[in-house]
Design a protein around this ligand. Sequence first.
Ligand SMILES: [Zn+2]
Length: 627
Amino acid sequence: MHNSTDFRIGNYRPIYLWAGPGTIRMNKLKFMQVDVDENVHQEAHQFTGAALVVNDLYQNWIHLTYSWGFPPEIEQEDWQSFENATCEYHKLGAKVFAYIQSSNCVYSGSFKDKNWYAITPKGKKVYYYTGRYMTCFQNNGWINYLKERIQDAISRGADGIFFDNLWYGLQPNALFRTWLGAAGCYCTACQEKYYQETGKRMPTLMDLQKKEVLDYIEWRSQSMTQVIQQLSDFARSLKSDVIISANDYDPVMRPVKLIFGIDFPSLAKIQDVTMIENFALPKWEESQPKILVNNTLTVRNTQPYLPHQKHLSVLSYDAGIGFDPVYPSRRILTGMAEAAALGCSMTTKGTEYHDGKKMTLLTAPEYGEQQKAIGNLHHWLQDHQSIYQSQTKRVASVGFLHPGDPLWQNWFQIAPLYFACQQTLLAAGIPWRTITDDKDLDEIRHLIVFENLQQPEKLPHELSIIKAYEFSSWKTFSQSFFDHHPGLKNILSEIADNLIRGYHANKSLRKLMDWMGMSKLVTHTPFFTLPPQEFQNELLNKIDLQKVIRVISEHPVLIDVWKNKSDGLHIHLVNYHAQKQVIKLKIPDNSILTVISPDQQTQEMQITSDTAMLELDLYSICLLENK
Ligand SMILES: [Zn+2]
C-alpha cells in the first residue's frame, strides 16, 4: 500500500493531461473533425512538455492517455506513446495514471465484430458521444479486454490506473420532472444474470414509486461496483502498490445512482484516491436571479461518505468539455483555494479546452500566466501542508441531515429544497456541515431536516430542529403529469431518445443543438441559482447567530472552520468575488488571530469587539489558538 501522506493537500498535485496521438484522434471523432493543436498535444508527451508540467505547474501525478477505447490496430500507437511519455515524467520524479475508458469503445475496425455492446430494451446500441457505443459490464469479453489493458498499462510503467466513466449502459433523462427511458443494459447476459439473482424481469420504465424499480437500480449499481472491485483486485495482483482512482462523476448535484449506476460510497472504498468530476468551477454571478456556482455543496456532502483518511480531489468544468476556453487564472486559483479550504485537492484541468478555433491544452505557450499562477499556489500549499494535516474535523453549529436514499428517489421534490437551504447559508457566510449519522451532532445547535420521516431518535434537548419542508415560502413540486400517464411518457421518451441519437449522429443537428445551448440542459444543474430572498430570510431568521463564527460580506465568501489537534480553530476564507473585498469576521472577543494567505503578508490581530475587519483577496486562513 501507499504511504497515506502521499495523498494530502499540497502533497498530491494531480493534473488531467489527455494528450498524444490518441487524444488528437479522439477530439476529431468526438467533436466531428474539430481543429486540434497537434503540436501541443504531441509535446505534452515529450521532455519539454513534461518539464513544463512538473517544474512550472508543479504537478506530481499526471493523468496520461493510455486507452480511449479505439480498437487495438489503431490504438497500439497510443500505448507506445503512453510508455514514452511515462518515461519522461518518471525522469522528472512525477507519477503517472493510465487513463482507461471503462464503459464504452469506438465503433470501428475490429471492434465492429464485437458482441459486447450494451443494448436498450428495443435492442439498439447506446450512444456515447459520436462514433462510440456503451459496452456491457456483464460481458466477459469486455471485462477481459479491460484486464488486458490494465496489464499492458502496468507493464508500460503506469503507477496508477484511472477508470473513466463508470456508467452502466443506458441513462434515463430528466424532463418535465420525470425520468424518461430505461436504465442499464438489456442484453441477454444482463437479463439472465438479473433473473438468476432476483427471480425477476428487468423493469424498463423508471417509475420510482415502484419497489421493483428501486431494487433494480440498487442491483445495477452493486453489479457495477463488483466489476470495478474485480478489475482493481486484478491490477493489485499484478502490482501491489498500484494506485486505483476513478472518475466518480458528479455524485452530489445529480442522482447518479439512478442515471449511471454510480454508488459513490461503495466505489470510494475500492479507490486509493477518489476524484469527482462535475460542472462546479466556482463563479459568482450577480445576475437576476443570482448564481453561486461552487464545489462546497459537492465536497461537504461527499466527505462524510468517504472512508477514514481517504483523500478526495475534484475537477470542475464551466460549460463542459470542448466548449470551455482555458479559464482565467483567477478562476483556476479560486477553484484550488476552495478545494483546499474544504479539505481536498483540485485536479488541474490541463486538457480538452477549445480556444474558439481549435482544441488545445493548458501547456500551450499563450497560457504562461495560468501556468505560473498554478505553480505558485501549488508551492504555497505544499509549504503550508502542516496546517491541513493538523486539522481533525469540520466544526459548525448548523447541520443538514442528509435525506439518504429518498433524495435520489424523490429528486424533483427534495433536491431543490436541500440545495436551496445549503446555498442560502453558504452565501450568507454561515458555516455548516452535512450530517449522515445522527450520533455525529457535536457542536450542532440547529439541525435542518427535509421530510417528515427524518426524525432522529435521541436528540440532545438543546438542539433545535428546522423543518425546511414546512417553510411557507417554499412550494414543493408535485409528481409529474407524465408519471400518471405512462402512455404519454413512453411517447416523450421516444422523442427524447431520437433527439439524443440525432445529436451524436448528425453534424448539422449537433451544430443547431449546440447553438441552442441544448447540451447545457444535460450538463448544467439549476441548483446553483440562489433561492428567492423571501425563502432565504425565512431560513436565516430561524438560526441563532449569537456566538457563531461567521462572515459578513458584500459578495459571498466561503467560510470553513476546522478544529486542529490542540483544539485551536482554523478558519478558512475563500472569496467567490473576482476582486478583493473588505469583510467582517465575527469571532469571540479577545481572540488573537494569525492570518496567513498566499497573496498577502502574514499578520497578527488582536480582536477587541467580536469583529475582525479583513481585506480578503483570494484565500486567507485565520488561525485561532485555544486559550
Ligand atoms: Zn448487458
